[in-house]
Design a protein around this ligand. Structure first.
Ligand code: C2E
Ligand code: CA
Ligand code: CA
Ligand code: CA
Length: 279
């Protein structure tokens, strides 16, 4: 039994070692990614009422490595988070995004009441001076705070509810909107929803994916929308891939939609054309 145990252990380490190496490799490559200009932002439109009105975009980080090619966010974001690199990278994303949106607003490319949504990682959200950092970026880029939404997940918020609540209050005072991302997938108490200054719930794609065929998913999506509306929140559905999904969600009274059915995440220069097609 002992020998078996040791063998099992060897098998385990043999499998883990290469992954560790990959991780260390990714980590050092990521250290250079910013200075080597390998980071890009992708923008995915959000629309309201059956694709007729453009309401904003979500910003998604892209890493184009010269050898590895396009690395998926699900691979490199966790490395950024673990190493703390997410703090400078996330700040870069926010600054670039605010600058870009200010330009689109100035040139009339996007409507004055539309918003840019930026993801905040758990580690970023826990930064003590986050409020001041955001204030600096807002004043430096000149983006009206009313045109900014920050997306955080339930677990980010639940990590330290007291600190989270005071950060949300600070953001609200600045005039920034807050969306709870991937709603329904984390462990959380619904009680926080009524007390915190939150503006949007984003229904996770896992509930939208099979909404047409799966009664349980449909029931969950329907309930999330009803709950949100009763609490005075708006709902954004993510991962809307076809007309049937849209029809279902619209039937439940969903407010805004995001997904491949409308547009994939695209580079900045493709946004003006997409927006002009919407409105
Ligand atoms: P998320 O915040 O839930 O972002 C939505 C993801 O769904 C994006 O994946 C988007 O490309 C994808 N998506 C949108 N519509 C559809 C659809 O119709 N079908 C399908 N199958 N997928 C769709 P992406 O760009 O790969 O990003 C994955 C995750 O990486 C994001 O999930 C977010 O958690 C994280 N992420 C991306 N950019 C940033 C960033 O700048 N900061 C932080 N902290 N996290 C980021
Ligand atoms: Ca998001
Ligand atoms: Ca999401
Ligand atoms: Ca998601």
């Amino acid at each position: 039994a002992k020998r078996d145990g040791r063998n099992a252990c060897q098998v385990y380490t043999a499998q883990v070692a290469p992954l560790d190496k990959i991780r260390v490799g990714l980590e050092s490559a990521l250290h250079h990614a910013m200075e080597r200009d390998e980071l890009r932002l992708a923008y995915q439109p959000q629309v309201s009422v059956v694709g007729q009105q453009f309401v904003g975009v979500e910003v998604l980080l892209r890493w184009q490595h010269p050898v590895l090619g396009m690395v998926a966010p699900n691979v490199f974001i966790p490395v950024l988070e673990d190493t703390g690199l997410i703090e400078p990278f996330g700040e870069w994303v926010l600054r670039q995004a605010c600058r870009q949106y200010r330009q689109w607003l100035d040139s009339g490319e996007v409507s004055p009441n539309s918003k840019i949504s930026v993801n905040l990682s758990p580690r970023q959200f826990r930064q003590r001076d986050l409020g001041q950092r955001i204030r600096d970026i807002i004043s430096e880029t000149g983006l009206p705070p009313a045109n900014l939404t920050l997306e955080i997940t339930e677990s980010t918020l639940m990590y330290n509810l007291e600190q989270g609540a005071s950060m949300l209050t600070e953001l609200r005072r600045m005039g920034i909107s807050v969306a709870i991302d991937d709603f329904g997938t984390g462990y959380s108490s619904l009680a926080y929803l009524k007390d915190l200054p939150i503006d949007y719930l984003k229904i996770d794609r896992s509930f939208v994916k099979d909404i047409v065929t799966d009664h349980n998913d449909a029931a969950i999506a329907n309930s999330i929308i009803a709950l949100a509306h009763n609490l005075g929140l708006k709902v954004v559905a993510e991962g809307v891939e076809d007309a049937d999904m849209l029809e279902r969600l619209a039937g439940f009274g969903c407010d805004q939609y995001q997904g491949y059915f409308f547009a994939r995440p695209v580079s900045a220069d493709e946004i003006p054309l997409l927006v002009s097609r919407c409105a």
